[in-house]
Design a protein. Structure first.
Length: 544
């Protein structure tokens, strides 16, 4: 690792490079020795050198100050309006689900003029801009299966825009995402209700209550709900009727629970005041969702795109901010190596009548043991050699191979019972994840749909294909049907390509702006929350 004693020199050189145009205009030229260009003979003042040295270990600040002639921006009368704008911005941090303390207000308040004041204000500005335009944490730090690559903004350019803005406070307010979903999440966080049930009320016994059930446990359930504003009138207070189910669903939505109207263990624990199921789970989910939206700040979410929300088990086509298509999906199992990852890419092809190239992990873990026991097992799959040729099974001694040295792969021909169904949607990626049809249609009727090996199974694949092809054909369904009738694999290129976002929001607004909550099926929200706390959401911890 490079020694820190070289960092000031690196920062100074970065600043030097940044001011090269000004040097050229001034007539200064670099010296030469033995045909090698040397550093320009610059004459820095002591203040300029001190500033360059102070920001040398922050490349984005070094780049800005280098392009700004190593002049301070937060000093004197001119800097006063920038300081006030920054102080105002950090006071608004709770609106973004972030604590004011993350931006060290006590340090800002305690410094006056001079180099220390300049560097502290610049460092806080850097942190604020990075947080708002790309998120607080690196996604993969929370979970390696969050493979999202954040497209971070050019911070030095944002600082220049801040300095040049006629209204710097308004400018800082504008750098956070302005997507309607982000604004709805902010409003929901600001309006979080008080769901504290009085301690003296009787607890609700553990149970699972659904419409039509009756019992003594319904009475304390009604009482606790009514105490916090979720009443349900009934002629039979011991009956769990439709009105009570509706009240439970409204409470669940307010508490950050999936609003299914069933009073199960999570709902009852939250009503009973269990610390592990407190109503602040709603605020936590909203804060995590805001962070996830900041990760998406570099994506054009107004453009036409496919949006797959994993814990919602739903895929949509969004266009101009409006939903034009929706379908149910099946996502990866909760086992760690089968979870659907998160990332964004470009969908390039609709593949009709696809062959299924079985992933090697499935081949060696699931099929090779069966082939060892019976070479004619899984007969719907072909054994393929390294040249792509089908190999007769009676020519292979499967017993001699292990998972590490098995030289063959397996493939399924196009057919109605193909594991990929009759169509798949390709966005080439290192993890071989894609959307596809499936013959197991019965899974789409279930409320919890985490059954795949990682890919996303689509409930209405023909309609999805038609919608995707509609941008390049006046008869998209006819185009698809003609390819389907050919009974062989056909690749239809999407022109233009369609962005696809595999996302994971357990809290997200619906078309009316109401926040919907979904189960954290992979535990990713919990991991992100822990990272956010370590980065400064826990007011008792230190952040870097």
């Amino acid at each position: 690792m490079r020694s820190r004693r070289f960092l000031p020199v690196i920062g100074l050189l970065m600043a030097t490079v940044a001011v090269q145009p000004a040097i050229a205009q001034s007539g200064l030229v670099p010296g030469r020795a033995a045909g090698v260009a040397l550093a320009p003979q610059l004459h820095f003042t002591s203040d300029e050198m001190a500033l360059a040295n102070a920001v040398a270990d922050r490349p984005q600040l070094a780049a800005f100050y280098g392009s700004h002639g190593l002049r301070p921006i937060f000093q004197g009368e001119d800097g006063d309006r920038l300081r006030k704008a920054l102080h105002q911005a950090i006071r608004s941090a709770p609106r973004h689900g972030l604590p004011v303390e993350r931006y060290r207000p006590e340090m800002l308040a305690g410094v006056g003029q001079g180099l220390q004041s300049e560097v502290i204000h610049a460092s806080v500005l850097l942190r604020y801009l990075r947080d708002m335009t790309g998120g607080v944490i690196r996604p993969s730090d929370a979970d390696p299966q969050i493979r999202r690559q954040v497209r971070r903004a050019d911070i030095s350019g944002l600082i220049r825009a801040f300095v040049d803005a006629a209204d710097p406070a308004s400018y800082l307010a504008s750098v956070a995402p302005d997507h309607p979903a982000y604004l709805a999440l902010q409003d929901a966080l600001a309006g979080a209700p008080d769901l504290t049930v009085p301690d003296h009320l009787p607890s609700v016994p553990p149970a699972i209550w659904r419409v039509g059930m009756r019992g003594d446990g319904v009475l304390p359930l009604r009482v606790r709900l009514e105490s916090i504003g979720f009443s349900a009138q009934s002629q039979d207070p011991r009956l769990y009727d439709a009105a009570l189910s509706d009240a439970v669903a409204r409470y669940q939505g307010a508490a950050g629970l999936p609003a299914d109207g069933v009073a199960g263990p999570q709902t009852i624990a939250a009503l009973n005041g269990d610390p592990a199921a407190r109503s602040d789970r709603r605020s936590r989910r909203l804060m995590v969702a805001l962070e996830r939206m900041r990760w998406m700040a570099g994506e054009d979410l107004d453009a036409r795109h496919v949006w797959v929300n994993i814990p919602e088990y739903t895929a949509r086509i969004m266009d101009g901010g409006h939903e034009v298509f929706r379908t149910r999906v099946v996502v990866g199992k909760t086992e760690h190596d089968m979870r659907t990852p998160e990332f964004s890419d470009q969908m390039e092809y609709v593949v009709v009548n696809p062959r299924w190239n079985v992933p090697r992990s499935i081949t060696v873990k699931e099929y090779l043991p069966r082939l060892k026991a019976n070479r004619y097992a899984v007969s719907h799959l072909d054994v393929i050699d390294g040249r792509g040729n089908v190999v007769a099974r009676d020519r292979v001694d499967f017993a001699r191979y292990t998972a590490s040295n098995f030289p063959y792969r397996m493939r399924q021909k196009p057919s109605d019972d193909n594991a990929l169904g009759l169509v798949k949607f390709i966005f080439p990626n290192p993890w071989n994840i894609y959307l596809h049809d499936t013959p197991t249609k019965h899974l789409f009727s279930q409320s919890r749909r985490a059954y795949s090996h990682g890919c996303v199974r689509v409930g209405d694949p023909f309609d999805l294909a038609t919608q995707l092809l509609s941008q390049q054909s006046q008869d998209p369904r006819g185009m698809f049907d003609r390819a389907l009738a050919r009974d062989r694999e056909v690749w239809l290129q999407l022109t233009p390509n369609v962005p696809v976002h595999l996302v994971y929001f357990t809290a997200f607004p619906d078309e009316t702006g109401q926040i919907r909550f979904f189960d954290d099926i992979y535990g990713r929200d919990a991991a992100i929350w822990d990272r956010l706390q370590a980065a400064g959401l826990d007011l008792n911890s230190e952040s870097d």
